[in-house]
Design a protein around this ligand. Sequence first.
Ligand SMILES: *Cc1c(COP(=O)(O)O)cnc(C)c1O
Length: 371
Amino acid sequence: MAALAAAPILPKHATFMPLTIPPWPRQTPEISRAVSQCIESADWGSYQSQAKKTLIAALESLFETPHVRLCCSGTAAIEISLRAAGVTAGDEVIVSAFDYPGNFRCIELLGGKPVLVDVARENFGPDVDSVAAAASTRVRAVIASHLYGHACDIASLRDLCDQQGWVLIEDTCQAPGMRVNGKPAGSFGHLATLSFGGSKPLSSGNGGAILTRDDRMAARMAALLDRPSEAFPLSALQASVLVPQLAELQSDNTQRDHIARQIQQQLQRQNSTLKCMAETRDGIDPAYYKLALRAASSSIRDRVIATAAEHHLPLGHGFRSMARSSERRCRKPVPLDRSEALANEICVLDHRALLIDEADVFELCQLLGNP
Ligand SMILES: *Cc1c(COP(=O)(O)O)cnc(C)c1O
């Protein structure tokens, strides 16, 4: 998505000051300095740049993981992970029917078959019981995504995968910096993915990374990526803009968490039928890419999105459910009702809107919450 300039929003009631959504991506002096430094030092022109080394070291520390590989996108990170997991033609990969659609496509493009499971009750990741029920001798891997600021049941999924001999790919593209019971999201899977795409909270326009604590997986990745030039690289210039953003990540995540909770409380106070689905469980420090809001029906949801568009608010549709995909393309061993309902009823507020002033939450909720 193209960068939008800060758009002043006209209040419905003249007593409110116009609500300003911060622009994205951020233009900070630190980012400009990092790019200038990369250019002036000629680091931009090297395969093994200092900027990449610095970024890798920062990611290793943040994710408490010994192996980090940078790559050109989150989508590529998923594909590299599936290949490192050994997924080839005829293999099955379990994935939620409510997920980033590119994950389904990656499995298919490798000749594998997606096995769709339902979304959990308490979060937006795959339901652990459904995953267990989907077992077959052909399953090789499971993809589990942390979506819309919620942690999926990642520790239970890891236990299940270890019991079954499956590779767990933890899709952390939406949740860099989230912590689950004191550990970083992205440190639970055998492999984990990050995205630095243009709309993501950490962004270099395009980019991604794969994390692993498993030496064997790291060796397989090296065989895929180093030929000997890197096959799917992130450039030094891209790495340079990410380093200063990483320094701000934790305070941004805390701010977004705070505003998400305020929105939840304000919508409740208003008796809005729009239900804010903030992550408020104990032990989880959320990281938001989008905040999900659930409407009572799909037509109300569409009306909320249309109204938000009139006010230039960054609110859009969530993922489409893959539950209707044909039986030839995927196996569907369990009911997928929750995935279908979510896809019909949620809309998602962009992380930019979670960096507004606390004083603007009331106005935002007035604009959104009276469908
Ligand atoms: C954005 C995203 C991806 C893909 O990342 P890109 O860098 O856009 O290719 C994968 N999974 C999830 C959950 C995402 O949100």
